[in-house]
Design a protein around this ligand. Structure first.
Ligand SMILES: [Cu+2]
Length: 326
């Protein structure tokens, strides 16, 4: 029993750090929700303990077989109990009303506009630039610390749910409509988002890398994302680009500044700058890119990317080309 308790305590403590937990808020919205959660835990936990205490008391008294007749003590107890329930519920109602208000508060602020579209099983991410155009990337969301990001949520196929537990609560992405969620991150670092609505075979492999960074760093990153892919004179890389543009790859993927202009799969213009491949399925390395391109169906069975047969030298060249797209 002691060992089990120790393990349980460690799990509880471990949940308080980590890149995917609502118990270590890194954003204003998650902070509000966490305080409401803590209050509910105390109020409901206290009530629960009281119920247990009353139950124990009742059993104890029944054993002593009290004489029948009116029991003033019990009456008083019940009155106090009713009062406690009324007070407890009022506290919870007021607190949840106030938290709701503070969550809505961000709506009045000037915000960075981001559009996130859920696809089976990856995230299309677009930032609105100052000139009104959209800067596209995928599967890795960068946010400037201290500024509200207004995330417009859409779905391309089925219902998904957008959840970065450290930063804010969750919100569904529904085909045919746009939902909006405000994120105001306060702590820098890497966090992990996860699709939170079952959306098909690879739902579990629909995760999102989230980086909260210094505003200046974020601007540099966004400017880099806005740029087209760099041209290259290296013959191997040029061969990689030719494969990407001529094979079916280019019908599904876009690399801005090259003939590859597909819109079905993730934008690959700066894939080399990302942390993972295929929505968090593998860490991004040349080997994992090669593995993914050779056998997407083995790594993410059912995924909407077919295996395209390539000569080994071509496969190697494509992976090298993608890896250096920073
Ligand atoms: Cu999903």
């Amino acid at each position: 029993v002691k060992r089990a308790l120790a393990v349980f305590a460690c799990l509880l403590l471990a949940a308080c750090q980590g890149a995917q937990t609502p118990l270590a808020p890194a954003g204003e919205e998650a902070g509000h929700i966490f305080s409401l959660f803590t209050l509910m835990l105390w109020v409901c936990g206290g009530m629960y303990l009281l119920v247990l205490a009353f139950l124990a008391g009742a059993i104890w008294r029944a054993r002593r077989k009290l004489a029948a007749g009116s029991d003033r003590g019990l009456q008083r107890g019940l009155t106090v109990w009713t009062g406690l329930i009324v007070v407890g519920l009022s506290v919870l109602i007021t607190a949840s009303f106030l938290v709701d208000r503070s969550l809505a508060e961000a709506r009045r602020r000037e915000a960075l506009v981001v559009r996130v579209t859920g696809h089976q099983w990856w995230w299309r991410i677009e930032y609105r630039a100052a000139d009104g155009s959209w800067i596209e990337t995928a599967n890795e969301l960068h946010l400037p610390r201290g500024r509200t990001a207004r995330v417009e949520l859409r779905a391309a196929d089925v219902i998904h749910s957008f959840w970065i537990p450290n930063v804010a609560g969750k919100m569904d992405l529904i085909p045919g409509r746009a939902n909006t969620l405000d994120l105001t991150p306060r702590r820098e670092g890497w966090f992990r988002g996860q699709c939170a609505e079952f959306c098909g075979a690879q739902h579990a492999h629909m995760t999102l890398d989230v980086k909260v960074e210094d505003p200046a760093q974020f601007s540099t990153w966004l400017a880099r994302q806005a740029a087209p892919a760099a041209t290259t004179a290296d013959p191997v890389l040029a061969r990689g680009l030719a494969v990407l543009a001529s094979q079916p790859c280019g019908q599904c993927h876009r690399v801005r500044g090259t003939p590859a202009a597909g819109r079905i799969g993730p934008d690959l213009t700066h894939i080399g700058d990302r942390r993972s491949v295929a929505a968090g399925t593998l860490p991004l390395t040349r080997a994992s890119l090669q593995g993914w391109i050779a056998q997407p169906q083995a790594l993410k069975p059912g995924v909407n990317m077919p295996a395209v047969p390539l000569e080994p030298a071509d496969a190697d060249a494509v992976a090298r080309y993608l890896e250096q797209l920073k």
